[in-house]
Design a protein around this ligand. Structure first.
Ligand code: NOJ
Length: 456
């Protein structure tokens, strides 16, 4: 039997986000967030679902931590709801909100589970959307104040911080795509992405100057390995461009304090994009991260037919299925080789950073329950192959220090509502019952052995 073993001290976790699991959307003086607003707007979310109650984790966190314990987790990644702490985004602090996370963090620590905190997982206080969201630098200032408060208040117990989750998605795709305003504004989305980098760098700086700066701080990016569908020089050029739009635009400012020239020129031609202030770049250079969080689920295929296609993003990225490739029922391609290639490439191109996989997982309907356990063999096989790819990366020298499965529980999947499930644990949203899946049992055993048998 061939067994693969992970390094000692490897972090094994699961990840969640406040709006997706907490519920209690208007309890204990919590302010409204943009996702409360979106989900209460008819027609925005599939089946009219909302996060009003979702997994009711706000009231059930103790029970959920017991599940984490049974899973043998040694770390848990969750996010803080900014409008629970500052209902209007800035100004008055809501003690009840602060208390909730005090309790959650203390409960995790007393169960030997390390809290890994994301400061921003998309639930912007609505009051800040009303002044222009991340396109307005006043929101950057409000975020830095919020971050400072977090570091000073929880920093004695929290030693791993993530400034932002997936800037590409909440700036360019959602904000730029008009999810919150109804107006598509890609230029605004890209400007927002540069402002978020400034907020990130200022938060890193604030952390170094906080009361307890003895932990580590990083950012989580959604990254995808880009492959040309056909090997040709036109297609490698196309892949390089899509890699720039999807990956380098977010990685280069964080690691090098600069934006990729080709993408900047593309944005200038397309949207008359403004110059990036020199001060922003300096701030980024002066405030490096301690680790990179990577969210990865799949890979990207690109094909160009003629040179004019080269700057047409939606034409280049192939969304239709490719023969011979494997897909989940949800339609995402299963691509462990893309995960491996991504890890090795980041290691090489960005000077061997410490990496945590802050999200990876598999979506399904999960309706096959036998003997009280959800039979999710497809998820289990997916995870097995991705873990093997991660292990191959470590053997190749990638400084991978931990892995967080998305997600602990089935939860509110943004625009898709509850129509798809990502959890290791099934949630019956009518009764709030938690039901184990086969993949959860497998993960529990894997963590106990710090590895798994390849041949099973
Ligand atoms: C990305 C996001 O960070 C998370 O909120 C989302 O639910 C998962 N990936 C799955 O789409």
């Amino acid at each position: 039997m061939k067994k693969i073993t992970f390094p000692i001290d490897f972090l094994w976790g699961t990840a969640t986000a406040s709006y997706q699991i907490e519920g209690a959307w208007n309890e204990d003086l919590k302010g409204e967030s943009i996702w409360d607003m979106v989900s209460h707007t008819p027609g925005k979310i599939r089946n009219g679902d909302t996060g009003d109650i979702t997994c009711d984790h706000y009231h059930r966190y103790k029970e959920d931590i017991q599940i984490m314990r049974q899973l043998n987790l040694n770390a848990y990644r969750f996010s803080i709801s900014w409008p629970r702490i500052f209902p209007l985004g800035k100004g008055n602090i809501n003690k009840k909100g602060v208390e909730f996370y005090d309790n959650l963090i203390n409960e995790l620590i007393s169960n030997d589970i390390e809290p890994v905190v994301t400061l921003y997982h998309w639930d912007l206080p609505l009051a800040l959307q009303e002044i222009g969201s991340w396109e307005n630098r006043e929101v950057v200032d409000a975020y830095v104040e919020y971050a400072k408060f977090m570091f000073d208040h929880y920093g004695d117990r929290v030693k791993k911080w993530i400034t932002f989750n997936e800037p590409a998605v909440f700036t360019v795709s959602f904000y730029g795509g008009g999810v919150f305003t109804g107006n598509r504004d890609l230029r605004g989305g890209y400007i927002a992405s540069t402002n978020v980098n400034v907020a990130h760098a200022k938060a890193v700086k604030a952390y170094r100057n906080s009361k307890n700066p003895d932990g580590v701080i990083g950012i989580t990016l959604n990254l995808t390995h880009v492959y040309p569908k056909i090997k040709s020089s036109l297609n490698s050029e196309a892949s390089y461009f899509i890699d720039g739009i999807s990956n380098r635009w977010y990685l280069d400012p964080i690691f090098k304090g600069e934006y990729p020239e080709d993408i900047l020129n593309f944005l200038k031609t397309k949207f008359n994009f403004p110059d990036i202030p020199q001060g922003d770049l300096e701030l980024l250079k002066e405030n490096p991260i301690d680790f990179l969080g990577i969210n990865n689920y799949s890979c990207t295929w690109v094909a160009a037919e003629k040179p004019e296609d080269l700057t047409r993003v939606s034409k280049l990225i192939k969304t239709e299925r490719i023969e011979g490739r494997e897909y989940s029922k949800y339609g995402w391609e299963v691509c462990p080789e893309g995960f491996y290639d991504l890890l090795v490439r980041i290691d090489k191109d960005y000077d061997h950073p410490v990496i945590y996989i802050t999200e990876n997982g598999y979506a399904d309907k999960d309706d096959n329950i036998e003997n009280g356990i959800v039979q999710d063999d497809d998820r289990l096989n997916y995870l097995r192959r991705y873990f093997k790819a991660a292990h191959d990366g470590i053997k190749e020298g990638v400084k991978l220090k931990g892995y967080f499965i998305w997600s602990l529980l089935d939860n509110f999947e943004w625009l898709q509502g509850y129509s798809i499930r990502f959890g290791l644990i099934r949630v019956n949203f009518e009764t709030q019952e938690r039901i184990w899946k086969k993949s959860a049992q497998w993960y529990r055993d894997l963590i106990a052995q710090n590895g798994f048998d390849l041949d099973l």
